[in-house]
Design a binder for this molecule. Structure first.
Ligand code: GTP
Ligand code: SPV
Ligand code: MN
Length: 608
């Protein structure tokens, strides 16, 4: 049955062979080749309502939108279950889990055997980035989760048109590659067994085979574990492609900033998961005359163009945003985007009138059902929503989407911001001395852990370029790749690098900087620095704004608080040195020597 069912899907022999092989291993009841059509969306969402995975939201509040609550054991990325299975262990480096690829395949074939029994196997052809790109970045995800298919339709360009393009290229003899991405929730159904609302498995594996450009995922239906075009392909696999081909695949938002004089700058920013990318990407400036448009909120693919500038595209098609904290004040543009509907909300609260709610949203409902399915009121001691609950919504619905989003060439980046969540030490903003120093700042980026990954929250860890869980190879080689991009290109044309921290706290534990729309003041200083207009003080760590150089017109903040935001405390920084030393020691000979030189320079400046 399976081979014949597969046959109808495509004339592309390689895809057909792979789909047939997977079907023979996993034993689904049916195979469905996804078209991406509206009719298919209706079928999928009706099916998910039928199985209890989805609850349809009230049409007048969130049209064509759905609520889902996951199994409590499946709420975030699972970094300790994520593997880079390179042939050589050395190539996974000290920051990734590794297992021999053959051993991993044997283990996972055991898990996959019969794992789709009682389910439909969906084949999702997709492209990350533009179908019209010079080299379209194809993928095919096989999944037994209709929730994943519905989410993939929002997050990636997918469907028949993508498959037809691959078939055309093959028929024309044009070489191209596609990434096979296999996903199963790992929850087969016996004859007559009822499904659960959120099928998953206690055993989870999120596995990348970098040399084969292949992804195998098992046991989770959640976000980056299951929507394989996102973190697994567009970061882990793509970072390996980028290393081999001389470009960068980064965990960065992309925004367009226009000054009152009409001067346009493009900014990319890497912050760890749940540290403010989506919010900055859609920021509504509080300073008059400045305009932000968005290009992307999570992933940037960047190549040096013929003009020597670094050009960035967002390979995604939707936002998978953190819900808690999102409201009309913090992110009005996200609120307008989701209000248009066509969205999926996971692990938030469901209100009695068929809408969604989460901590930080205006107008708490008198009663709701929490993400755990329990009655919830504003007096409840438990949270209504999981801290990593998410909205999944089409990027095209965003009112401030920049027109350049549709340009396969992308946009030339003027500034790169690195940032983390630190209650102390790191000032609001400072500028790197040059590209190599900027690479050092990225390589030593630190942040308090968040709910976006399973594990302890609030622990400071090094998260290089916000890519710790996403570098698909040896992070020492990755640092070297960044250094090389700087060396092989004209530094004057590359973006200037900055470090930001919206999360510094006062003695009472409150955030000192108001953040969100007020971050436009920092963006203004950044672009004025690039144009040589804004003043800065040279400190041991880099160039920090003078209090006067930051536009504080209309900002309700005392001079003392502003000074606190900008403070560089030599003692706090000296305490960082052994931590950076320990971090670098992990890489042994694989750490580029210039990063040691940078550390020595920092130490000397702090002690000098
Ligand atoms: P991922 O999607 O996990 O990669 O996260 P992200 O980097 O896009 O983070 P996001 O913008 O969703 O923000 C995560 C959390 O940080 C939310 O709860 C926000 O409300 C909060 N946050 C974002 N920007 C700021 C800010 O400027 N100041 C403060 N205090 N909180 C912020
Ligand atoms: C992140 O954790 O960085 C996310 C959410 O953007 S996920 O898609 O789950 O990776
Ligand atoms: Mn992210």
């Amino acid at each position: 049955m399976t081979a014949a069912a597969a046959q109808q899907g495509t004339t592309h022999q390689g895809i057909l062979d792979w789909v047939t092989e997977v079907a023979e291993l996993t034993q689904p009841d049916d195979i469905h080749w996804c078209t991406g059509s509206d009719e298919e969306w209706v079928q999928l969402t009706d099916f998910l309502v039928g199985t209890g995975t989805f609850i349809r939201l009230d049409e007048s509040k969130k049209p064509n939108s759905f609520y889902a609550a996951s199994d409590p054991i499946d709420v975030a990325r699972v970094e300790d279950r994520t593997y880079i299975c390179s042939r050589d262990e050395r190539d996974a480096g000290p920051t990734n889990n590794w297992m021999d690829p053959d051993a991993m395949k044997e283990l996972m074939r055991g898990l996959y055997a019969g794992c789709m029994k009682g389910r439909t196997m969906y084949v999702v052809p997709f492209v990350m980035g533009h179908l019209e790109a010079e080299h379209p970045m194809f993928g095919v995800e096989i999944t037994d989760s209709a929730y994943v298919v519905a989410s993939m339709r929002v997050m990636a360009r997918m469907g028949s048109h993508v498959l037809r393009k691959m078939e055309e290229l093959e028929a024309a003899g044009t070489e191209f590659s596609w990434v096979p991405a296999l996903h199963s929730v790992g929850h087969p159904l016996a004859e007559g067994e009822d499904d659960v609302a959120w099928p998953c498995n206690e055993t989870k594996y999120i596995v990348q085979f970098p040399e084969e450009r292949m992804i195998w995922s098992f046991g989770s239906g959640y976000g980056g574990n299951a929507l394989l075009g996102k973190k697994c392909y567009a970061l882990r696999i793509a970072s390996v492609m980028a290393r081999d081909e001389g470009w960068l695949a980064e965990h960065m938002l992309i925004l367009k900033l226009t000054s009152p004089e009409g001067v346009v700058k493009y900014v990319a920013a890497a912050f760890p998961s749940a540290c403010g990318k989506t919010n900055l990407a859609m920021l509504q400036p509080t300073i008059p005359g400045w305009k932000v448009e968005t290009l992307g909120d999570d992933i940037a693919w960047m190549r040096v163009g013929e003009d020597g500038r670094l050009w960035a595209v967002n390979p995604e098609y939707g936002f998978f945003g953190v819900a808690p904290g999102t409201n009309e004040h913090t992110n009005p543009n996200a609120m307008r985007t989701i209000a248009k509907g066509n969205s999926v909300f996971t692990n938030v609260a469901l209100t009695e009138d068929g809408d969604v709610w989460w901590e930080g949203l205006e107008n708490p409902p008198a009663r709701a059902t929490s993400w755990k399915g329990e009655p919830w009121t504003p007096d409840s001691t438990e949270l209504s929503s999981h801290p990593n609950s998410r909205y999944c919504t089409p990027i095209k619905q965003c009112d401030i989407l920049a027109a350049e989003y549709d340009d396969p060439r992308g946009v030339p980046i003027d500034a790169i911001l690195f940032g983390g969540r630190r209650r102390d030490t790191i000032p609001l903003v400072f500028e790197a001395r040059d590209w190599t120093h900027g690479t050092f700042l990225g390589a030593t980026l630190s942040s308090e852990t968040t709910a976006a990954a399973v594990g302890q929250v609030g622990v400071v860890r090094r998260d290089p370029m916000a890519m710790l869980p996403f570098i698909g190879y040896n992070a020492g080689d990755y640092f070297n790749h960044w250094i090389t991009v700087g060396k092989e290109n004209d530094a004057a044309k590359l973006p200037k690098i900055f470090y930001v921290n919206w999360f510094r706290r006062d003695d009472d534990g409150n955030f000192v900087w108001p953040g969100f729309g007020e971050n436009s003041r920092v963006l203004k200083w950044v672009v004025e620095r690039i144009d040589g207009q804004a003043a800065a003080v040279e400190t041991p760590i880099g160039h920090v704004p003078t209090p006067e150089s930051l536009d504080t017109d209309g900002l309700d903040m005392s001079a003392a608080d502003l000074a606190k935001c900008l403070e560089v405390d030599a003692e706090e920084w000296k305490a960082e040195l052994p931590q950076i030393q320990e971090w670098f020691d992990k890489f042994g000979d694989d750490l580029p020597g210039v990063l040691w030189t940078e550390l020595d320079g920092l130490r000397a400046r702090l002690e000098g």
